[in-house]
Write a protein that binds this ligand. Structure first.
Ligand code: HEC
Length: 140
């Protein structure tokens, strides 16, 4: 067979040419992948999902079944996505599927950037809500 077919729309092709996917930042694209690849169905912020909450872990120590620990860093996030059973987080089942072969190197970097962003101090994200105002003193 001669030639190949691409399913890219012209707009996607343009942004692919210019090196970015649909113009988003690494973190934005990672956030989208996190939903598209259904990571978000297991890694739920409220702790009710089947996987650990990923917020605020970057740079911390992770404890595994077998009492070993490692630092939660880029290399560990990469390993967790490509080979989740290599280190199973203490208290969790080894049920995360591998994404080896399902994500490109670029997508992997975007996912890592996104997971990392979950641990950034609030000043880097949207401004935290102002402290709750005291209810106005009602004079009777
Ligand atoms: C079927 C549910 C499920 C899906 C889908 C899933 N995970 Fe997981 N994930 C888990 C579980 C359970 C663990 C803890 C056990 C382990 O380490 O394998 C985990 C562990 C992790 C860890 C290490 C967490 C820690 O506390 O050390 C990272 C990072 C991670 N997943 C990222 C992802 C990303 C990114 C995706 C999507 C590409 C994803 N996961 C999809 C269930 C899931």
């Amino acid at each position: 067979m001669i030639g190949w077919v691409t399913a890219m729309t012209p707009a996607d092709y343009q942004s692919w040419l210019s090196g970015g996917s649909a113009g988003g930042s690494m973190v934005e694209n990672g956030a989208k992948l996190f939903t598209d690849l259904a990571c978000s169905t297991c890694h739920v912020d409220n702790g009710q999902g089947r996987g650990p909450v990923l917020k605020g872990l970057y740079g911390k120590q992770v404890l595994f079944n077998g009492a070993q620990t490692t630092t939660f860093d880029d290399a560990y996030i990469r390993e967790s996505i490509l080979n989740p059973q290599a280190k199973v987080v203490s208290g969790f089942q080894p049920m995360m599927p591998t994404f080896q072969g399902l994500v490109t190197e670029e997508q992997l970097l975007q996912l890592i950037a996104y997971v990392k962003s979950l641990s950034e101090p609030p000043s880097a994200g949207p401004a935290p809500p102002p402290p709750a105002a005291e209810p106005p003193a009602v004079k009777k």
